[in-house]
Design a protein around this ligand. Structure first.
Ligand SMILES: Cc1cc2nc3c(=O)[nH]c(=O)nc-3n(C[C@H](O)[C@H](O)[C@H](O)COP(=O)(O)O)c2cc1C
Length: 166
């Protein structure tokens, strides 16, 4: 099984979750930023997992990313938004799963928008969307979220007929 986990991450929380999901998926699964996840890197993936933070109650918009640059803790804006990455995604025939990082009490979602786009590009949903929670506005992740992400990755691998490693 060829699995790719693609992430948008401005303060590092979603990147850490993406790496843990890839670990759980098992050997061969890679976590790639939206910059690293080129068309070639994603082509032929049996499983495409994608995740982003919620910003302003939704999948980050270009405007939200731009205003985030004025935050007290500066974001890393060197990689494209998940929104723009999805808009350039070539049609595929694999399975998909979407996740988000967020604070616990917020309304809105980033994963549901990702989920919808992945399906629109031909990737059939393997599992319901997953959410991973941070303690404060910029993180860090709540205790146990990395382990939860690893376990989710292993669940996805099993759903694909593999074993996973969590
Ligand atoms: C400017 C800003 C706006 C945010 N808006 C929301 C929000 O609407 N809902 C939410 O659940 N979390 C919100 N968060 C929390 C982020 O989703 C959380 O810190 C996320 O893990 C960041 O991911 P990253 O470190 O991968 O960029 C916001 C954080 C910042 C800094």
């Amino acid at each position: 099984m060829r699995a790719v986990v693609v992430y948008e991450s401005l303060w590092g929380n979603t990147a850490a979750i993406a790496r843990a999901i890839a670990e759980g998926l098992g050997p061969g699964a890679r976590a790639l930023s939206t910059k690293e996840a080129t068309a070639d890197a994603v082509a032929g993936a049996d499983l495409l997992v994608a995740g982003a933070p919620i910003l302003g109650f939704r999948l980050p918009t270009e405007q939200m990313r731009e205003s985030a640059s004025r935050e007290a803790t500066p974001p890393d804006l060197t990689c494209p938004s998940m929104r723009s990455w999805l808009s350039l995604l070539a049609p595929g025939g694999g399975r998909s799963a979407a996740f988000e990082t967020r604070i616990s009490w917020s309304p809105g979602s980033a994963a549901s928008a990702i989920d919808k786009e992945l399906q629109a590009h031909g990737y059939a949903r393997l599992a319901p969307t997953a959410r991973f929670v941070v303690k404060g506005k910029y993180g860090p992740l709540r205790d146990g979220e990395i382990e939860k992400a690893r376990a989710w990755g292993a669940d996805l691998a099993r759903a694909m007929g593999g074993t996973g490693t969590a």
